[in-house]
Design a protein around this ligand. Structure first.
Ligand code: AMP
Length: 289
């Protein structure tokens, strides 16, 4: 499909390229919102649902959603805040996590944001930076750029930068260190208040929730002596509550419970020391809770 339907189909804006493009496409596909995008195509149709996808610049998505050109959009919460527009965040998507930080040269004699008073700061986030400086009673000259901010100190354009940091490796490569962190951000699904089709929008949210929660949790199954059930439930309280079944041996019960993926190994060890056995972790690919 190369054009947009003029009807009342729900329009979702997706990043056309860049680091969120693949993340967003994978999430939609996993949630059963399959689409085929022709190379460099601007539009695609979701198979089996009244949804058009529009591929846009990630940083334009908040504005285009607020303006009503799209009903929903996937973008970074950093870009949403920087844009200053008001749209509802329907859900956090659990990907694209990053921090916005004030960074200075490794050897700079700067210890706090107050030391930036009168200095030059290069950033793609002038609005957020300005607000942060004002909150700390500092005034700086902002050099507003759309990219490659990390080299601006070497180029003599700035004394400090405000940029997104994920692992810190780009900072290390440019001999920079974090002076202060401004905030943390992640990829979000936003929605316009005048949405064309709220019913379909709610279906999209439910489908994405199923995948986002599943990515974060594993299913843990184990047998435990009934006398240790309370202690076991403290180790694995579950998303809502664990499912407990009685085994043929009445002294034992079998538990099925969702556990945060990062907490599984620790939970297994603690359960084992309580006397649990047959402890099995199964990854979940989708769920409805
Ligand atoms: P793009 O410029 O299209 O590659 O996307 C940039 C967006 O990806 C940012 O606005 C953030 O929301 C997100 N992101 C996540 N991690 C990082 C990172 N380490 N550096 C830059 N952007 C990141």
């Amino acid at each position: 499909m190369s054009t947009l339907d003029s009807g009342q189909k729900l329009r979702i804006g997706l990043p056309s390229k860049g680091r969120l493009s693949e993340l967003a496409g994978d999430l939609l596909s996993q949630a059963g919102l399959g689409f085929r995008r022709q190379s460099r195509g601007l539009f695609a149709r979701v198979s089996g649902l009244p949804i058009d996808l529009i591929f846009l610049r990630t940083d334009d998505i908040p504005t285009l959603c607020a303006e009503g050109a799209i009903d929903m959009g996937i973008t970074g919460s950093d870009l949403l805040e920087e844009s200053g527009v008001i749209t509802k965040v329907r859900m956090k998507l659990g990907v694209g996590r990053c921090r916005l930080a004030i960074c200075v040269p490794d050897d700079a004699e700067l210890t706090s944001v107050a030391d930036l008073d009168g200095k030059r700061i290069a950033t793609s986030f002038p609005t957020i930076t300005q607000r942060y400086l004002a909150k700390h009673d500092a005034t700086a000259h902002l050099v507003s750029l759309s990219g490659s901010v990390e080299v601006m100190i070497q180029l003599g354009v700035a004394d400090a930068i405000v940029d997104l940091v994920e692992t810190g490796s780009t900072l290390a490569a440019n001999r920079l260190r974090i002076l202060e962190e401004i905030d943390s951000y992640e990829t979000v699904l936003i929605q316009n208040s005048q949405c064309r089709d709220t019913e379909t929008a709610d279906r999209v949210v439910r489908r994405l929730e199923g995948v986002v929660i599943a990515r974060d949790y594993s299913l843990l199954e184990y047998n435990v002596p009934r006398s240790k059930l309370t202690a076991a439930e403290e180790v694995t309280p579950g998303f809502n509550s664990p499912t407990v079944n009685t085994l043929e041996d009445q002294e034992w019960c079998s538990i099925r419970v969702m556990v945060k993926r990062g907490a599984v190994i620790d939970a297994m060890e603690r359960l084992e020391s309580l006397g649990a056995s047959a402890i099995i972790e199964t990854p979940i690919s989708n769920c409805r809770l």
